[in-house]
Design a protein around this ligand. Structure first.
Ligand code: ZN
Length: 132
């Protein structure tokens, strides 16, 4: 099992972790299988999509539209970060990516992202490679 540690720098941030996931997959020594990229945080998520400057802003604006901060959430009575939990719920804590030849089988424009919704924080993301 590999592990990626991240220091996020903003409240909402999308960090491309593809190269570090690839490294963990190589270290696992699995030729054919699945990489499970999973974060054990309740205000962060993992997703796969394109790393393009405009899209990085669009992801953030989408989340702001869907789950605006401070919109009367009950959790804000105790923690003031309900928006971060709810945004994480939309994306989920993990993704499975096929592995072949010890490489992630991503599409040409696909990258693996760690989504921070309650930063800045120190975060961890697990990479477990399952041999098939
Ligand atoms: Zn909370």
């Amino acid at each position: 099992m590999g592990s990626i540690t991240l220091e996020t720098g903003a409240g909402t941030e999308f960090i491309d972790i593809t190269d570090r996931v690839e490294e963990a997959v190589r270290e696992a020594g699995v030729q054919e299988g699945l990489a499970h990229i999973f974060t054990r945080h309740t205000t962060a998520a993992v997703f796969v999509n394109e790393n393009e400057a405009g899209l990085l802003e669009d992801y953030g604006e989408l989340m702001e539209r869907l789950v605006p901060r401070g919109a009367g959430y009950k959790h804000d009575r105790i923690d003031d970060n309900a928006h971060a939990h709810l945004r994480a719920v939309l994306l989920g804590p993990g993704k499975l990516v096929p592995v072949s030849g010890s490489r992630l089988q991503l599409g040409r424009w696909q990258r693996v992202f760690f989504a921070e919704f309650d930063g800045p924080r120190r975060r961890e993301c697990m990479v477990q490679v399952i041999s098939l």
